[in-house]
Design a protein around this ligand. Sequence first.
Ligand SMILES: Cc1ncc(COP(=O)(O)O)c(C=O)c1O
Length: 358
Amino acid sequence: MAFELDNLVRPNIKTLKPYSSAKDEYTGDAKILLDANENSLGSPLTKWYNRYPDPYQQKLKDKLAFVKQIAANQIFIGNGSDECIDILFRTFCEPGKDNIIICPPTYPMYEVSANINDIAIQKAPLLSDYQLNIAHIEQLVNANTKIIWICSPNNPTGNSLDRIDIETILNHFEGIVVVDEAYINFSKQKSFVQSLIDYPNLVVLQTLSKAWGLAGLRLGMCFASPQVIGFMNKVKAPYNINIVTQELALQALDEVGQVNDMIKLLVDMRIALAEVIGSMPHVIQVFPSDTNFILVKIPKARQLYAYLLSQGIIVRDRSALELCEDSLRITVGTEQENTLLVDAMYEWITNTFELTLN
Ligand SMILES: Cc1ncc(COP(=O)(O)O)c(C=O)c1O
């Protein structure tokens, strides 16, 4: 495979002289900081919040590097993976000229972010078993195709995509292949992070928003070659990750055991919920899931969504997406929330389809 990173990066980014922050311009221990126009007297909150954060989040990256067993210079940290997605577009895709390939139904931000950046979108819908249509993807690739976006396990379908298919794309496509692993911790599949060594065109996205239980912190991780990360660093805002997020994420990374316990419990509850909902009358299918949610196909799904809403239970109606007709995406809740959901669904099914219960 002829992969030429230099030919993929936008010319203006290649030559960009990035912003040099006050913190970029010295090394060593500083005694007196009079370089960044911060408030030298302090802040009304904790002492250090008067200072700008480390622009490259070095401590956090060192710890992540240890947890993920890769080099710190292969990590980019974003304000959620959503920022990583946007930065990837701005690094590689020339507005009004380049295109990307997405495989719907999938995480909608790839499309939104492409539209914001004026990047053409080519679609290779998943097959009816929600796996990649490799032949279609191959057909769509042209000289201006810069990124193929793959989400595995996939949102909203919940399934993992066939690893051999992803490897086929990595081996044959000469552009960037992003594998979004937001839900990987709930899956038995192996992460692609350890495959970065084999594929210079691979970019892996992960997040603290799901299994780590830290959606409110906004911390997304992007793993790639040091060269790709270097270009992304040129594009990002200087202080994209605030001090509080950096400090709390460092603390959270010490709690792997607690997070693993939550993952195990959520997976057990997902299996139980899928079984109960799957056995309800009129439910057409609960799709296999490697995530903390399930996709449920049921007639009159929109009505069920409205009924659940009226009961104060919010799920995600995905019926408008192709291949997701009459489908609701339901996040696994607490034990009590799952029971309330199941009771409400059962009541709606009984009333809607006038079941005769023997
Ligand atoms: C597949 C996928 N990628 C990325 C994200 C966004 O993650 P973050 O909260 O890190 O921006 C989500 C959120 O739902 C998601 O489902």
